[in-house]
Design a protein around this ligand. Structure first.
Ligand SMILES: Cc1ncc(COP(=O)(O)O)c(C=O)c1O
Length: 444
């Protein structure tokens, strides 16, 4: 066993497996590559859990971090403010629809989701609607692993064991565009599947405070892309039933879908947006909840009213994290990132189709912006999945590692979500590695 420290317990890992599959020991990173102990390089094909948009050890980000560290590394954020946080809040408000006028900092993705849940719930308490206590999430949705966030996730795998200590919320069948039960294609879709949400909101809207969705793309569910029509219907229906709409953009915010935010692409403005991951270019943990004046005002009052939002995290609004987030936004502006990305992700999409489209186990190749995902199935004609216990894509991930790419599969999906600084040649190399690894496991 190649474990350096027997005390370490790794996340989402069956530790016993490490006896068979030793951990990769990463020593450094530069650009799109990470390097192990022996100096072997790996393309970081998923931007280190979808965060590292401008590459490892990016000189601009590193400089911003060091400059801030020399000035002020941390100060508590209650009773105190500081320039990096003030600047970041102002910039986020300027970049998003006018309605999203208030900014609250949290720590990581799941804590931002908890904050949005508590704000929505608190709004109801503070505005005389105490019966609206339930949250709705979609099947195959993912919002983090803390108990509140987990209660609106659609993955039994993560939540089953903890069901009795989680808040009881509502799961609604969401879009499943690859296996559309209505027999529609992406081209002919009118979000017929919205009927499930519509029914839930009609019947239970009086007890629901908010609906949480990952807009346009369910990430952890296997990059399941769905139509903006669904979100337009959802906005209309949530307004009708006085239910908050929260877009969890933790995975896709900051250019991943081609626009700065998914809400821009969908043309829908929610009541809450949660952001994290790429906001600091993969350098520091930081998350943000943006919301409306209406929500903010409901907590506003005299000290004795007991309406204040009583929530904090020790590192809320950390100056280092805010400084690198500001630098991230400056890079977007100065390097015209959204435009520069276009030909690259078009190349990624084309290249993946050229390589994978004819393979006997490819069910669907789907792309949106700088994400391309390949869903592997036992039989593309019937869309029959592999027996999950065979861990087909996991084995491909392992083969790809040997060939120099860190792919980390989601179920039987392999996908490319590389740093935006990747070049077209490097994309071609990455797709070639993934294909060779696929052939090693599944044959031609
Ligand atoms: C959409 C979405 N929400 C929330 C989270 C949770 O974020 P964190 O892992 O930082 O808690 C994730 C993480 O992958 C995510 O993809």
């Amino acid at each position: 066993m190649n474990m350096k420290n027997q005390a370490l317990w790794h996340p989402v890992t069956q530790m016993k497996e490490l006896e068979e599959h030793p951990l990769l020991n990463i020593r450094s990173g530069k650009g799109i590559y990470i390097y192990d102990d022996d100096g072997k390089s790996y393309i970081d094909a998923i931007s280190s859990w979808w965060t590292n948009i401008f590459g490892h050890a990016n000189p601009r980000i590193t400089k911003a971090l060091c400059t801030q560290a020399a000035k002020l590394e941390h100060v508590m954020f209650a009773g105190v403010t500081h320039e990096p946080a003030e600047e970041l809040a102002a910039r986020l408000v300027a970049m998003t629809p006018n309605e999203l006028s208030r900014v609250f900092f949290a720590g990581d993705g799941a804590s931002a989701v908890e904050v949005a849940m508590k704000m929505s719930y608190g709004y109801r308490q503070n505005t005389g609607q105490p019966e609206k206590t339930k949250f709705v999430g979609l099947s195959d949705g993912y919002h983090g692993d803390t108990l509140g966030a987990l209660s609106i996730c659609g993955h039994d795998f993560f939540s089953d064991m903890y069901r009795s200590i989680m808040p009881e919320n509502i799961s609604v069948t969401g879009p499943d565009c690859y296996r559309c039960p209505y027999g529609k294609t992406r081209e002919t879709c009118s979000a017929e599947c919205f009927e499930h949400m519509e029914k839930t909101l009609e019947e239970r809207g009086h007890e629901i405070t908010a609906v949480f969705v990952e807009p346009l793309a369910q990430g952890a569910g296997g990059w399941r892309f769905y139509s903006p029509i669904y979100l337009k219907k959802l906005r209309e229906c949530t307004l009708k039933h006085d239910v908050h709409l929260c877009f969890d953009e933790i995975a896709v915010g900051f250019g991943r879908l081609g626009t700065m935010f998914a809400m821009d692409k969908a043309g829908v403005t929610p009541d809450f947006v949660t952001l994290s991951k790429s906001i600091t270019s993969g350098t520091m943990a930081l998350s943000v909840v943006m919301t409306t004046d209406a929500v903010y005002d409901s907590f506003y009052g005299d000290f004795g009213d007991m309406k204040a939002f009583m929530h904090s995290h020790t590192y809320t609004g950390n100056p280092l994290a805010c400084a690198v987030a500001n630098e991230t936004l400056t890079i977007f502006e100065e390097e015209n990132v959204l435009e520069t990305n276009k030909p690259k992700y078009e190349h990624m999409r084309r290249c993946t189709h050229e390589k994978f489209a004819g393979h006997k186990n490819v069910g669907e190749i789907r792309s949106m912006g700088f994400i391309t995902c390949i869903e592997l199935v036992e039989d593309p004609a019937t869309k029959k999945p592999f027996d999950w216990k065979k861990r087909t894509a996991f084995r491909i991930y392992q083969k790809a590692l040997k060939r120099g790419a860190l792919l980390r599969n989601l179920g039987d999906c392999i996908y490319f979500l590389p740093p935006y600084i990747i070049t077209e040649d490097e994309i071609t190399e990455l797709v070639d590695i993934a294909y060779a690894a696929t052939v090693e496991i599944l044959g031609e």
